[in-house]
Design a protein around this ligand. Structure first.
Ligand SMILES: Cc1cc2nc3c(=O)[nH]c(=O)nc-3n(C[C@H](O)[C@H](O)[C@H](O)COP(=O)(O)OP(=O)(O)OC[C@H]3O[C@@H](n4cnc5c(N)ncnc54)[C@H](O)[C@@H]3O)c2cc1C
Length: 484
């Protein structure tokens, strides 16, 4: 039931603060996971979401037989994630990427070429020159490194594998994950596993072999984690989480504007706004699962009985400097006979070195069943990112001709799409660039200054959905420890 809209406060006279609910601010996958876990542990929770829906960046939309993923399209299933999905009862609706989607195309000299997926594949691959293949093989002799300073992914990749592997392997991969620039991304923060592997093994190839051995020893699958989605799309996860929350625990259209930290025996106060009306509630603890811009603008009021911490009224203001390039996700439906390419893969990435306008194209109808009507195919074209932010901001009438020209040249697509759906993400994905520790330090300092404050989500704990679910779990565990 919606709240009555007046300025009011639910204070707990004679009630211990620690028995108050936990506030979770942000109803994306991180906040929902934290709320779910706390509720399962018997804690009362209140989740505040500024928009009119839950799920944040995860949005799956049905239009007849077309299933459009407006944001993320798939996720990697780690053993922990598999257990989580099982707990949510989602095993029967889970889809694993179809075997036809095994190729990953990378454009070189204007042609999509399959990236090698194995050692024999590498030897015969046309994507890399013989020189690049020899350079790659030599990586196995790299000795462990203890770097004193962070290094960009491009420089890290060039050190280990050579420049050609960066241009036609690492850079397109980074485009596919971050829509970012390998020359700016921090190895330490954007791919911490590579950073650790270099420290422990020197060679990344040897590190990968050791990691596979360790997984085998634990009885886990040794290959890459399976790529998954659901019959009704990725929004299945946030919907399942929302269904399991206790009635009355979620407030939609409830934008949190300010917090008053706990002090002098008083609990936390959270002030939220709906239709220009404010409401304030009291909490034992506050979890922030928000994008950087929302974190940066959160105002911390001075608790009446004490001074605000030395960090001031906007302790997370430095996070406003985190780069978040715009991305446009253009879902296009075609009749099968309009596309010459077999579309026998996950999709196609376009390296910056090719100087073409698109970031990449996902072959949705190959990847998972139920994405397009019979005899039709579905593609998702990503534009923008750090490389070409202006393209993501073009009007449809200007963007579509650019996209059509590229799809004709690269995939042999003829004629106009029979279905079009565009989603623009003005601030899509945070860039864990060199110097990112400045932002991590600001979050750590805010938590240290305000007992009961916990911060997580894609700004702190990794950008993938799998990372964000792990972040929500971690936030809930930390909240439970704090409240003991
Ligand atoms: C285009 C795109 C493609 C992607 N592709 C993939 C992919 O294929 N696989 C993958 O694993 N990941 C992918 N990602 C990344 C992944 O989807 C996100 O990192 C993840 O969903 C972020 O979850 P979150 O809960 O941390 O944040 P969000 O989803 O951003 O949720 C934060 C929530 O906070 C709300 N909010 C903001 N301000 C306030 C306020 N003041 N008060 C209350 N609520 C507020 C927002 O409305 C939002 O619902 C993609 C992301 C994008 C944008």
């Amino acid at each position: 039931m919606p709240f009555p809209f007046s300025v009011y406060s639910v204070c707990s006279v004679g009630n211990s603060s620690s028995q108050l609910p936990v506030a979770i601010i942000g109803g994306g996958i991180t906040g929902l996971t934290a709320a779910h876990r706390l509720a399962r542990q018997g804690r009362s929770v209140r989740l505040f979401e500024g928009s009119d829906r839950l799920g944040g960046s995860i949005r799956s939309e049905h239009y007849g037989d077309w299933l459009v993923e407006a944001g993320p399209n798939s996720l990697q299933q780690t053993p922990a994630l598999a257990a989580f999905l099982n707990e949510l009862g989602l095993d029967s609706v889970k889809l694993t990427a179809r075997p036809e989607a095994k190729n990953r195309y990378i454009v070189r000299d204007g042609r999509p070429l399959a990236a090698p997926a194995s050692l024999p594949g590498l030897i015969t691959s046309k994507l890399f020159t013989a020189g690049a293949k020899f350079r790659l093989a030599g990586e196995i002799f790299t000795r462990p490194q203890t770097r004193t300073a962070d290094i960009s992914l491009a420089d890290f990749g060039a050190f280990h594998f050579g420049r050609e592997l960066v241009d036609y392997g690492l850079s397109p991969f980074v485009t596919g994950v971050y829509a970012g620039d390998a020359a700016e991304l921090s190895t330490r923060h954007s791919f911490p596993s590579l950073w650790e592997m270099e420290r422990s093994h020197g060679s990344i190839i040897r590190g990968q072999i050791a990691a596979a051995k360790a997984r085998r020893a634990r009885g886990e699958p040794t290959g890459a984690p399976p790529i998954i989605s659901f019959a009704e799309g990725l929004e299945t996860i946030p919907r399942a989480l929302a269904r399991r929350l206790p009635p009355g625990s979620v407030e939609l259209d409830a934008s949190v504007t300010s917090l008053t930290p706990a002090a002098g025996g008083q609990p936390w106060h959270v002030t939220w706004t709906r239709d220009h009306q404010n409401a304030t509630e009291s909490f034992a603890s506050v979890i922030l699962a928000l994008p950087a811009s929302a974190l940066a603008s959160l105002v911390f009021n001075s608790p009446s009985s004490s001074q605000l911490s030395a960090l001031g009224s906007q302790p997370l203001a430095p996070l406003a400097d985190i780069g978040y390039p715009p991305v446009s996700s253009l879902f296009l439906g075609y009749r099968r006979d309009q596309v010459a390419h077999p579309l026998d893969g996950f999709g196609m990435l376009i390296p910056p070195a090719e100087a073409r306008p698109l970031l990449g194209v996902l072959f949705n109808s190959t990847l998972f069943t139920g994405r397009a009507p019979e005899d039709h195919v579905a593609l998702t074209v990503m534009t923008g990112g750090v490389r070409a932010p202006g393209l993501a901001r073009l009007h449809d009438a200007d963007l579509l001709p650019v996209v059509s020209r590229e799809l004709a040249a690269l995939l042999g697509v003829k004629g106009a799409p029979v279905f079009v759906r565009r989603t623009s993400w003005p601030r899509a994905i945070p860039q864990y660039n060199l110097g990112y520790e400045r932002f991590l330090d600001a979050m750590t300092a805010a938590e240290a200054a305000h007992t009961g404050l916990l911060i997580g989500g894609h700004v702190r704990d990794g950008i993938s959905i799998t990372n964000c679910i792990a972040s929500g779990e971690k936030l809930a565990a930390r909240a439970l420890t704090t409240l003991k």
